[in-house]
Design a protein around this ligand. Structure first.
Ligand code: SF4
Length: 315
């Protein structure tokens, strides 16, 4: 059998080629992957395949076409079905055409190794297209060897792609990161707006979440709490008991303690609770003596009220 094997990339080709060779079939590799995006990725996959085919001494044909425009025009109306409506068909059709023109009697594709492709559709389309050209479609369920092939590719130090290939699959692979970036950016923007509002009332006033790993901040909270205890109870508690109480306080409240800053100096803190409707309720505000009665407590409370109202309204 003279077989033309459409090949999407080197890692996917390993198991397919090894299996066919074991069966006594020596395929000719056929590179035709027009919509791999961006061009640097197209080149990386193609060049990896070039090196690999040379290293295993197999014949390989490279059909150069980088058809991003054509691809986008053809799939834009229904991105969901782009793989089966366009991508598979274009690859298989071109493979069959080349095979027919150059005396091959069968085609197949390394896409059959991927558990991420629509395997049954590939098989059906392969059979239909091959029939149209009067040749055979050699079907194998190569998926059983997907992991084995990927492991070998890693061992060989091959370039391994992170997404299927087209611009849309690239975007999908990045969507988790994009979501995180968006959330981080929204949080940073909220912080900036809050700083501006607070600074409108008292310049350089701000607050930020307590960091458990910041020993200096933790000590700061400890000391204020200790002083507060002494003041309220008119006595000092046994050091050990007090330390245990404070430790427990930090542990239980760490997520809801905010350190109040003035000109980047720690001047107090407040604690509270996140309520069911996702708003924050302040339970206690502690400010160092020298900064008390300067309107800081009011500014902080107003800011929390403002934030809460925004959360409520946005529901
Ligand atoms: S996801 Fe993969 S198979 Fe589907 S259109 Fe993109 S490159 Fe082709």
């Amino acid at each position: 059998m003279k077989l033309l094997l459409h090949t999407c990339c080197a890692p996917c080709s390993i198991y397919c080629i090894e299996t066919l060779r074991k069966e006594g079939i020596e395929p000719t590799i056929y590179w035709y992957n027009t919509n791999i995006h961006p061009y640097t990725e197209y080149k990386a996959r193609r060049d990896t395949l070039k090196e690999y085919t040379k290293s295993i001494n197999i014949n390989a044909i490279f059909e150069e076409e980088y058809g991003l425009n054509k691809f986008c025009k053809n799939v834009i109306n229904n991105l969901e079905t782009r793989c089966s409506d366009y991508c598979y068909k274009v690859r298989l059709e071109q493979t069959a055409k080349y095979a027919k023109e150059n005396g091959y009697d069968a085609i197949s594709t390394t896409l059959l190794v991927s558990p991420y492709q629509k395997h049954e559709i590939l098989k059906k389309q392969g059979e239909e297209i091959a029939k149209k050209y009067g040749i055979q479609f050699l079907y194998r369920d190569f998926r059983v060897g997907f992991k084995e092939g990927q492991t070998k590719a890693r061992e060989l130090g091959m370039y391994m792609q992170k997404y299927c290939g087209c611009i849309f699959s690239e975007e999908m692979s990045k969507s988790a990161h994009q979501k995180k970036d968006k959330e981080e950016s929204a949080r940073a923007n909220r912080d900036t707006e809050r700083r501006i509002r607070l600074s409108d009332t008292i310049p350089n006033l701000d607050f930020r979440p307590l960091k458990r790993e910041n020993e200096e901040e933790i000590d700061f909270i400890y000391n204020i709490k200790k002083e507060k205890y002494k003041e309220e109870n008119k006595k000092e508690l046994d050091k050990e008991i007090l330390n245990k109480l404070l430790e427990r306080y930090i542990k239980e409240n760490v997520k809801n303690i905010k350190v109040i800053m003035l000109k980047e100096e720690k001047i107090g803190f407040f604690d509270g609770k996140i309520l069911e409707n996702n708003t924050f309720r302040i339970d206690n505000i502690f400010i160092l003596k020298e900064y008390q009665n300067k309107g800081i407590e009011t500014a902080i409370s107003n800011e929390i009220l403002f934030e809460n109202e925004k959360v409520d309204k946005s529901k």
